[in-house]
Design a protein. Sequence first.
Lengths: 333, 276
Amino acid sequence: MIPSAVTEVAFVERRQRDWTDLEKLAWRGTREGLRRLAPDDIVRISPLYRNLCSDLARAQAARYSAPLVEYLQGLTAISHTLLYGPFARAKRARVSLASWLYAFPRTVRARKWPMLLAAALFFVPFACGVAAAIHEPAFAFRIVPEAMLRPLTEAYAKGFAEGRASGDDALMAGFYVNNNVGIALRCFALGIFGGIGSAFYLVHNGLSIGAVLGYVASQGAGGNILTFIVGHGSLELGAIVIAGGAGLMLGWSIVSPGERTRLASLQLAARDAVVLVCGAAVMLLMAAGIEAFWSGSAIPSVVKRALGVTLFVLVWGYLLLGGRGAPARGAAR
Amino acid sequence: MATPAVQVVLDTDVAIETPEHIVFRHRVAGPARRMFAHFIDLVLCYGALLVVASLIVLAALGGGALASSMETTLKLGVGLLLLLLFAAQWVYFVAWEAVKGTTPGKMALGLRVVTTEGRPVGFVEAALRNLLRAADALPVGYVVGVVAMAVSGRFQRLGDLVAGTLVVIPERMRVAGSVVLWPPAKADEWRDVPDTVQLDADERAAIELFLRRRATLGQAREHELARMIAGPLLARHRMDPRRLDANPSRALALLFDRAQNAGRYEGPPSSRGEAA
């Protein structure tokens, strides 16, 4: 019992006008965004919210009735969500693009072990696939259906002199975005099951891509498919490895959390993983553009190969050197 | 009445402490509500896809006097559809939640995504919780997600756990009127009510709930319910046991009013008259 407290009726009578004002502002702000409110209203929200907080504390201490306390809690909750929201730090949007550009290669380097493991999980089966299919072409049919491989091989054998039929570019762009980016994102997400999902996707993709490459090469169109792949390959394969590595990282953070709880360790790894995955997705979008509009076109293969090598150097340069000497990540965030 | 030392409230609430050192509660949304919201989002996404698809077919048929141009239009259209399909699967949820903190489906059911600290989600949280959707949706129909919700205790699916988010139901409540002693007490009604009435939180809540509801009850039922709790309370405060037969409901109202308002200034007329 607090003898100095006012009665509930008097308390409500005295404070209700402020609550109603804040309630109107908070719900409008939540619906339309804080920036849509009039300047005078925005200025008012903060003191109204602080007063509400002390009202809530007073109501709880004085043991006012449950509905009143609940009402005040609900109002505190939505005002809190509004006031401490992204609207309050809107200016950072401009900074973040540059900081993401730095953060991506830095994170790749900081997490080099999962990246290397993912690369091994992808490229070892890839090499096996190539070798096995060149040695014994029928091996490829076990991994990719024959009905798919034969027309593919014929298409590569024909070369790119005719270019693609009109409309095919756009169709393939849509397909590459939906399929490749989707696979990479799924490859990351399934890493949460101890990394097993990511490992499976990496091995599976490495093996099937290798088998296709090996089969086409064994049928005598190896030069052509290399010309096709070299343009977007460094971006696409690199991105799959990075996304898979991010998934492995996520899984490993649960398996071996160190001195943190498993949940805390997972959440910490996820902060880095999201940078990796977003970067990988952007790489794959670029790769899809190149694959659809450049790799299959009638441009001479010398030019294609030259550009492919240039891109390869650029991608590696960016991943190895990008963001060195830039302001620390904590400062940019 | 034996009460446990630490009271654990079995409820779907989450307590959040603000920088102002205020603790408030969020009501967390359960799987049923969220499934329904998700269903609405799916209908919106794939409905839009269907509309675009039919427009493309119409365009192809309309402009397709030449077989080659019809084929080109269709190919362009399918490319566009595949892009939209990607957007529906991976972009739609992230974009809505990063910008608005909710999706149209969640909006329809009054749901909102907030961080476990009760702040609105940013891009990182929105991206993480929706990327992990692919894991939650396994093996079919969000089974993994629902199991995770059941285990996590705050209805968090894997994506929510990783991103540190909650789906809550912000409720718009109105100020309920206070419980007022009505009609005001006559002086002789207070004769055996002690100056300080001690009610613990449970008793207070129970009596308050009863007093708020009693107008909706029949008189016989009202007294029957009141008698259950009034007996021990009257005995504890050494009040006249005859009240139990006369009007137990009124006795509870008097006790509650004394507990709430005695010694507080600006009281309603009843207690002010007594204090003077």
